[in-house]
Design a binder for this molecule. Structure first.
Ligand SMILES: *[C@@H]1O[C@H](CO)[C@@H](O)[C@H](O)[C@H]1NC(C)=O
Ligand SMILES: *[C@@H]1O[C@H](CO)[C@@H](O)[C@H](O)[C@H]1NC(C)=O
Ligand SMILES: *[C@@H]1O[C@H](CO)[C@@H](O)[C@H](O)[C@H]1NC(C)=O
Ligand SMILES: *[C@@H]1O[C@H](CO)[C@@H](O)[C@H](O)[C@H]1NC(C)=O
Ligand SMILES: *[C@@H]1O[C@H](CO)[C@@H](O)[C@H](O)[C@H]1NC(C)=O
Length: 312
């Protein structure tokens, strides 16, 4: 049983690690960026007053990214929310699950770095990625803080994107939200530039890129279309995804076979054990009978053979 359970666990783990493996690297760099920006946002605090946003300064290798930080009492966030913090509207009813007296709302605007840190194969960003993360305010020189768990018990938070590029004719813009693990989910855009969320994380507006045409179909001397490099890149990503999924499925089949084989082996072992036990029982019986043991055993053993011979 232990073997079976651990095999099943292993196959599950393999799938989990395998399938999203194609984006693990970009998720990792996005999480590292969160940690760095938390540090730089906190540096904006010099004797901060609560409820006032302070703009931070990012290192020169990240020029184009904006950060800000605002310190609040947990109770104030829960009872009043924040009507407008940069592009974010925070309603009342946002609860921090672990107790902290004060918290910091870190704001990020990734600007022209959006698609570098939040790669979304098959989609094009129409607005920068904006982030909102909630941290412990007890130590304003702390680094590598984890985001605090929050729950939105009332209305959702909203994000109003000021300059959204218009979507190409015939395609529909969507809101995308990345949770704290960097996993994306999509929702509808409200009144052209507003997204809503019940989680902290990163948000933007995207549109599906035009599907890349398969290489053999396109005429050889047509020349690369504008933006061809990006498309080639994204078609490569599609293949990586397809490969990962197929690999994961193959792995699953293989592991299932392994589990079945182990089960069979176990059953056979059990039968062997039962047979052995039966033999032992038989011999014990025979000894107790004494001298008549040999003929008795002969009869029981040969009976099935005789019956078999009479079967037409
Ligand atoms: C940018 O510079 C900062 C400070 O010099 C450094 O800690 C960080 O690792 C650099 N980040 C990137 C993405 O290069
Ligand atoms: C966004 O949320 C804030 C706070 O709850 C609210 O005051 C504002 O009306 C909302 N804006 C939109 C466009 O929904
Ligand atoms: C974003 O723009 C800044 C200048 O405004 C530039 O230094 C930086 O390299 C750009 N980042 C990317 C990823 O293009
Ligand atoms: C917040 O930070 C303080 C000081 O570093 C620590 O004592 C406390 O446990 C932290 N609280 C949470 C919920 O992380
Ligand atoms: C706050 O964090 C800094 C950096 O991690 C650490 O050196 C300092 O001891 C912490 N202070 C308190 C009061 O926990």
């Amino acid at each position: 049983m232990g073997l079976l359970r651990s095999l099943a666990m292993l196959s599950l783990l393999t799938l989990i690690v395998w399938l999203p493996g194609f984006s693990a690297q970009s998720i990792k760099s996005a999480l590292a960026l969160d940690a760095l920006l938390q540090d730089y946002a906190y540096r904006a605090f010099v004797r901060p007053r609560t409820g006032i946003p302070y703009d931070g300064v990012v290192p020169s290798n990240l020029t184009g990214i904006k950060v800000a930080a605002m310190r609040l009492r947990s109770g104030s966030l829960r009872r009043k929310g924040v009507k407008m913090y940069k592009e974010f509207g925070i309603p009342e009813g946002v609860v921090v699950l672990s107790y902290v007296e004060r918290l910091v709302l870190v704001y990020q605007n990734l600007g022209n770095w959006s698609s570098t840190y939040y790669q979304l194969p098959g989609y094009t960003y129409l607005a920068p990625v904006l982030g909102l993360l909630v941290y412990n305010a007890s130590n304003l020189s702390a680094t590598n803080l984890p985001a605090l768990d929050i729950r939105v018990s009332g209305d959702p938070l909203n994000i109003t994107f000021p300059d959204v590029q218009s979507a190409p004719v015939g395609s529909i813009a969507k809101c995308v939200g990345f949770d704290l693990n960097g996993l994306p989910s999509f929702s509808n855009v409200i009144s052209g530039n507003v997204c809503v969320t019940t989680q902290q994380g990163h948000f933007s507006i995207v549109v599906e890129s035009v599907a890349p045409s398969p290489a053999p179909v396109s005429p050889p001397n047509a020349g690369p279309p504008p933006g061809g490099l990006g498309k080639k890149k994204s078609s490569k990503k599609v293949w990586i995804i397809v490969g990962s999924v197929l690999g994961g499925l193959l792995m699953l089949v293989f592991l299932s076979c392994l589990v079945l084989w182990a089960q069979k082996l176990k059953r056979r072992k059990k039968i062997q054990q039962m047979e052995r036990a039966a033999e032992v029982g038989e011999s014990l019986q025979m000894t107790s009978i004494g001298e008549t043991k040999a003929p008795a055993a002969m009869v029981t053993r040969t009976q099935p053979t005789l019956e078999n011979e009479y079967v037409p």
